[in-house]
Design a protein around this ligand. Structure first.
Ligand code: FAD
Length: 344
């Protein structure tokens, strides 16, 4: 069954040259305000595994990060540090230009990105610059490196596709929380890297970023607590936020909830909203429509609280509580607080 499925899904990207000499594996390590994001460590860990398979080393490119040498913990042996105020905020075209220059300088034939919104934004630009083959949403180390075959999610996370990349330069977008962060302690050298950027790279740039502060973001969170129309109104979100606080989680919601203005659009998850690939996803008063599930399927453990035992979400869940959210959630918060008090 699996063989048929993978044969069916195997995608062959256009081949030109194959099995060429691979220099270092290049990884783009994302950071925010000088601090590396978790996905940077996961991408570096993945790059280390690919480099091991290919018998080479990992070179990272960092943008205005504070602790470049820390990437050695995840198997990076060289960091190309870009310190440039004009790149303080993410700029897809400019970042892609830097990465393309770094790939050429290092002779890198394999480039590892995350599957964050930023990486997915810059990946096609980088792909075009390097005439590369790009595969996003990759969930495991390459099945083989000759031919170069990776496993990625398909059909809104309902299946997998074994995908062969046979272009000379290969770009891989690693799914969040799929490969995981692995420590491979080595000492990383850090070099300044400052290619001259064309004016065209800054034709579009962010002039101001208004970011929610002090809360875990959906993209980076290990745990996401999400509310749906079953919560009846925005005035009832206090318990969702409290549960999220106790768990150190990010808050999210279904589409109708953000459409009705109960919650900001930045919290809308699903097929037309943000994707969630957390370790734990708790859905409260959400029915489990396919468009919602499409965006959260990649989460590892799904817990559902719903008063309708026939709610479709129960079929997709790992754990389910049939009950009234207004009774279950406060009780859950109390129990978690007690547990934390006893265990800290
Ligand atoms: P409902 O379907 O109204 O479900 C509410 C649930 O709460 C019910 O299961 C009910 O049993 C339960 N409930 C009620 N009271 C309680 C209580 N007291 N305690 C516990 N449970 C209770 N939706 C998304 O979420 N994300 C998307 O990205 C998305 N994209 C879409 C794209 C398209 C093209 C289309 C057509 C639809 C899309 N939708 C999306 C909408 C989707 O089809 C559903 O309509 C939506 O997910 C339903 O939201 P809900 O589960 O919050 O509400």
């Amino acid at each position: 069954m699996w063989e048929n499925w993978s044969n069916y899904c195997t995608t062959k990207q256009k081949s030109s040259k194959q099995d060429q000499e691979i220099m270092s594996v290049l990884v783009y390590t994302e950071s925010l305000k000088g601090k590396f994001k978790k996905n940077a460590f996961e991408a570096a860990s993945y790059a280390h595994k690919v480099a091991q398979d290919l018998g080479t080393t990992v070179t990272a490119v960092s943008f205005n990060a504070e602790d470049d040498a820390s990437l050695g913990t995840y198997g990076v042996s060289k960091v190309l540090r870009v310190s440039d105020g004009s790149l303080a905020t993410f700029n897809a075209k400019a970042y892609a230009e830097v990465l393309a220059e770094a790939a050429k300088a290092e002779g890198a034939k394999v480039i590892i990105l995350s599957s964050s919104a930023d990486s997915k934004f810059l990946a096609p630009i980088l792909t075009a610059k390097l005439t590369a083959g790009y595969v996003p949403n990759v969930v495991a180390a390459p099945e083989s490196t000759s031919p170069f075959v990776v496993k990625r999610t398909a059909f809104s996370n309902k299946g997998f596709a074994m995908t062969e990349i046979s272009s000379d330069v290969k770009i891989i977008g690693v799914s969040s929380n799929a490969f995981g962060v692995a420590e491979n302690n080595i000492s990383a050298s850090v070099e300044d890297f400052g290619p001259s950027l064309s004016d065209k790279a800054f034709a579009v740039k962010s002039v101001e970023v208004d970011r929610v502060v002090g809360k875990a973001t959906i993209a980076d969170a290990d745990i996401v607590v999400s509310g749906g129309r079953g919560l009846k109104g925005p005035e009832n979100w206090g318990m969702v936020e409290e549960l999220a606080d106790v768990l150190g989680a990010a808050t999210a919601c279904s589409k109708p909830v953000s459409d009705m203005g109960w919650r900001p659009h930045s919290e809308h998850v699903g097929q037309t909203g943000k994707p969630v690939a957390s370790n734990l996803y708790i859905a409260i008063g959400i029915s489990g429509a396919i468009q919602h599930l499409a965006g959260i399927n990649a989460s590892k453990v799904k817990v559902v609280i719903n008063n309708d035992p026939e709610a479709p979400f129960f079929k997709a869940a790992d754990y389910g509580i049939v009950g009234d959210a207004f009774e279950v959630v406060p009780e859950l918060i109390e129990k978690l607080k007690e547990f934390k008090a006893q265990n800290t």
